[in-house]
Design a protein around this ligand. Structure first.
Ligand code: ADP
Ligand code: MG
Ligand code: MG
Length: 926
């Protein structure tokens, strides 16, 4: 499951095209304030998500502090010009600052009435906590006194100043946060204060002085007192944060391009830290973990900015705001309900209350779990907020994986005592070995271990460890803490704020209720209830899988019915067929239940590995004469026929594509080394019996069949040509089974698929055999049925010669696994070593075996489609590589004009949704 979440953003267009309005008009800075904004919700490319949301809210007349957005283009200019901003843009910023000063009625750097601003990062796609934001900019030794005078609140003024130095010092001057934390703790201790709110003006004044010394010592300069200089430095630091290591890693995981840049928002400050009539908070219009329709979020009285998320004090549930500040609460509910209607999606919002006056600081589509996504999409349709068509676009196909993920076996789970309970931040059952650092999580998971990342609180730098962990468990932090937000987005089970955990990272252990748990010990937790147990617990199939398997009635599962409804809407809009790759009857049945209406790839060799079959297959391979070989094949025939019969039945008349034998024959024989050991042993015992002879014969044949490069060797159609009797047997088994099923009333049309064809004459050779044997078989069965003969297009030459091949082929199926391998010249089994480095160095954007390489392999697909259909306009074309289940690839196949994609049974639901989204996207663009 971990790997899947990686693709959760694949459907995003990698190359934003329409990013030029600013460039054309020469405008780079967009103002918002006084109920009017230069931008709007459709300008995310240019303004970033945050900037476009602030503009849209301003235009809607909502209470948003005024400000301006420096566009993402400026970020790109910043990088192109090696960190310099052209003077024309500087001038544009200066004139917008003037306008802001007029609107705010305050002046940056003024001693009497200083304007304070925040400098906020914000890219097109939200990247929680990856980039930086600075609050209270504009303060210096004089302005702080001005602020104190204006507000008659010295505590607040100095609290704001110390926060500013702390953030500026960290973000702009690169001073580690600890250096400041250390001083804060020292002052708290000296004053006997428990919380930061317990510090009075003089304590905070002391803290400011200490912070300034920290800056002086660490940055080797005084804290900058000129607000204009502060602003320029902060702006550039935000641009630089676009390229910090964790932001780059985040973009890699979520497939966000590096070249889209971040915007910078400069916004008048409002203050949640003026006292007990002020607060700051974050929330969602619906529960992002379960999807339930409930107001959801947290707030902190007398606090600022990230305090809620950072877990400094324990925030209060947002419902309680109604009791403390009823007017502001009511307004917040009204505004956020309106925003949800307006954006037709769940909103994730940030707000601040200054002296009981509410201000909106951010709104965006809320990230949610797969479970929540399905619940919300179906609820919004029921509430008539969106149409089914719009609902389809609200669910990420990859998120459906989370709904198919296993849970704990309830009986097993009950047996183990609850060690502690935390907040249920992201649902799912997680079980694994405890690790305490992100690096270790990566190291252990590379060794094949399943790990649970246990942290006091995660930070954005932990992202790589969170990605590989089975689950995330933290001791502090609320439902909107970093661990919770990222866990939900990754679809990673997460329990946060399990306060009983006493984590001792140094000794690599934690204590919980008298028990010590060491690194490497097993823990399990349930992300839906928050329960944590010290044990390894077996898991059970998801509710949806239970319904699909027939173990649970659909009526008993709310989530199944919603899942089914959503997918049935999706089916109405898609034009691409969704088939499954399935080799055996039970896999076919599962695929059918998930909505596959065809088998795109049934690999016959997997049937050879079935119970008791390998000896027969080996006899076939070892045969010295054709007659002996036919004898063995005659034994295999009824077994294969039964398999095919079962698959046909399971698919109830849907097309079934069966591939004739593909792998090199030595895969069915024992390994050379093993045989040599066996022989040596037998020789040592001195018994020169029949067994030894047999082993020697086997070894001889293994050595004969040895190939230096079996992937490029005697396999696929090449086997069919050199051993025509194999193709004959397989054809006979397929046609006989199909005749029988047809006689029983299931009208199946088998599609016989010859693999690895690059030359038209290869296919012609095999087709002649198939047609001859099929005619014989039908005569014997006394019934005539329809069948198709076609080929896999996987050798690049197959695409290039598709025009000629289509003269014989009645269908094509692109085998994009081999085609990727052969187009790049990468061995699928060896490429792991360098593909990772290629991606790190940006030589490749993504793994071409996971998501189709549109420019190269995709071009071959297009050529194959075009040339094949030129010869045979009605040619049926599908794809059966791994890419058939990948959302981004499905978009490509839709555009390339394929008839269907074939995915693994579990990916069928995601493929149905992705195919539907691909169809809708195309129509919208028309
Ligand atoms: P992030 O992208 O990490 O969420 P933001 O730019 O949204 O960063 O800033 C984080 C928080 O800082 C906001 O949620 C808000 O509480 C606070 N903040 C930002 N700008 C202002 C402002 N102008 N006035 C008051 N608080 C602000
Ligand atoms: Mg934030
Ligand atoms: Mg924010």
């Amino acid at each position: 499951m971990a790997k899947r979440t990686k693709q959760s953003s694949k459907r995003r267009t990698p190359n934003p095209k329409s990013r030029t309005p600013g460039a054309k008009s020469g405008k780079h800075v967009y103002f918002f304030g006084r109920g009017k904004a230069d931008g709007n919700r459709h300008m995310k490319d240019l303004l970033g998500g945050k900037g476009s949301g602030l503009a849209e809210m301003t235009n809607a007349g909502l209470p948003v502090p005024p400000g301006f957005t420096i566009s993402t283009e400026v970020c790109n200019i910043f990088y192109k010009q090696k960190g310099k901003i052209p003077s024309a843009i500087d001038a544009e910023i200066a004139s917008n600052l003037k306008k802001l000063e007029q609107t705010a009625g305050a002046t940056l750097g003024s001693t009497e009435n200083p304007l304070l601003v925040s400098v906020r990062s914000g890219a097109k796609f939200s990247m929680p906590g990856m980039m930086d934001t600075i609050l209270n900019l504009g303060l210096n030794d004089d302005a702080v006194e001005g602020l104190k005078g204006r507000t008659q609140n010295g505590r607040f003024a100095y609290d704001s100043y110390r926060r500013f130095i702390q953030m500026f010092g960290n973000v702009v001057l690169d001073i580690p946060k600890d250096a400041f934390e250390h001083e804060l703790e020292a002052v708290k201790k000296a004053r006997g204060a428990k919380l930061d709110t317990d510090l009075d003006e003089s304590a905070l004044g002391d803290l400011v002085a200490r912070y300034k010394s920290v800056v002086k010592a660490r940055a080797k300069r005084d804290f900058p007192q000129d607000p204009k200089e502060q602003l320029t430095m902060a702006r550039d630091a935000v641009f630089r944060s676009w390229m910090n290591a964790r932001a780059i890693e985040y973009r890699r995981i979520y497939d966000i391009p590096d070249d889209i840049g971040t915007a910078v928002n400069v916004q008048m400050m409002v203050f949640g830290n003026t006292g007990d009539r002020s607060a700051t908070g974050v929330g969602f219009t619906r529960n992002p973990a379960t999807g339930a329709k409930e107001f959801y979020g947290e707030f902190l009285i007398n606090a600022q900015g990230e305090d809620v998320v950072a877990g400094i004090r324990t925030p209060q549930p947002i419902r309680e705001l109604g009791g403390v500040m009823p007017k502001a609460y009511k307004q917040l509910r009204e505004i956020t309900t309106r925003l949800e209607k307006h954006y037709k999606d769940v909103q994730d919002f940030e707000f601040t209350i200054q002296d009981e006056q509410l201000y909106m600081l951010q709104t965006r589509s809320g990230k949610r779990t797969g479970h929540a996504a399905v619940v919300i999409a179906t609820d919004l349709v029921a509430e008539k907020l969106v149409t089914p068509k719009e609902a389809i676009l609200l669910v990420d196909p990859d998120a459906l994986d989370q709904l198919l993920a296993p849970g704990f076996d309830p009986d097993e789970w009950k047996k183990i005592p609850v060690a502690t309970k935390g907040l249920p931040a992201s649902p799912g059952a997680a079980s694994g070995q405890v690790v305490f650092t992100a690096d270790q999580a990566v190291e252990w998971s590379n060794q094949g271990k399943q790990v649970i990342l246990v942290r006091r609180e995660t930070v954005p730098d932990d992202i790589h460890g969170m990605f590989v962990a089975q689950g995330i468990l933290t001791a502090t932090g609320g439902m909107t803490s970093h661990a919770a937000v990222v866990g939900r987005q990754m679809g990673k089970p997460s329990v946060v704020g399990a306060g009983d955990l006493e984590i001792d990272e140094g000794r690599r252990q934690f204590r919980v209720n008298g028990k010590t748990v060491k690194e490497g010990d097993y823990v399990s937790f349930n992300g839906l209830t928050g329960e944590v147990k010290i044990a390894r617990v077996a898991s059970t199939p998801s509710e949806i899988l239970q319904v699909v398997d027939g173990a649970l009635a659909p009526a008993k599962s709310d989530i199944y019915r919603r899942f089914d409804k959503l997918l049935s809407w999706a089916d109405k809009f898609r034009t691409l067929g969704v088939y499954a790759n399935a080799d055996l009857p039970d896999q076919a049945a599962l695929a059918y239940a998930f909505g596959a209406r065809g088998i795109g790839l049934c690999r016959t060799e997997h049937m050879f590995f079935g119970e008791g079959r390998i000896p027969i297959v080996q006899r076939m391979i070892l045969a010295d004469t054709e007659a002996d070989r036919r004898k063995a094949l005659d034994e295999l025939l009824p077994l294969q026929r039964d398999d095919f019969y079962g698959v046909f039945k399971a698919m109830r008349g849907c097309p079934v594509t069966i591939r004739t034998i593909d792998p090199p024959l030595h895969e069915f024989l024992p390994k050379r080394e093993e045989l040599m050991v066996d022989i040596a042993k037998l020789e040592a015992t001195g018994k020169n019996g029949a067994e030894l002879d047999e082993k020697r014969r086997l070894l001889h044949r293994v050595e004969q069949l040895h190939e230096f490069n079996p992937m490029l060797g005697h396999r696929g159609v090449r086997l069919g040509i050199t051993y025509p009797e194999i193709t004959e047997m397989q054809t006979r088994a397929i046609i006989e089974a199909a005749c029988r099923v047809n006689r029983e009333g299931v009208k199946v049309v088998p599609e016989i698929m010859i693999p690895l064809v690059g030359l038209e004459k290869e296919l012609r050779d095999q087709k002649a055999i198939v047609d001859r044997v099929a005619a014989e078989a039908m005569k014997k069965e006394g019934i005539t049925i329809k069948y198709l003969v076609g080929t896999m297009i996987e050798v690049p030459r197959g695409s290039l010669a598709a025009g000629e091949i289509a003269e014989d082929a009645e269908f094509f199926s692109f085998g994009t696994n081999d085609m990727t391998q052969l187009t790049f010249g990468y061995s699928r089994d060896d490429a792991g070593k360098f593909l990772k480095i290629y991606q790190e160095r940006k030589i490749l954007d993504k793994d071409p075996f996971a998501s189709i390489d549109v420019e190269g392999v995709g071009a071959l697909v297009r050529i194959g489609v075009e040339r094949g259909r030129k010869t045979r306009p009605a040619l049926k074309i599908g794809i059966c590589g791994e890419h058939g289940g990948d959302a981004a690839s499905i978009h490509f196949f839709h555009q390339a004009g394929l008839n269907y994609v074939s995915a693994s049974p579990y990916r069928v639901p995601a493929a149905r949704l992705a195919a539907s989204q691909a169809a809708l996207a195309t129509r919208v663009g028309d």
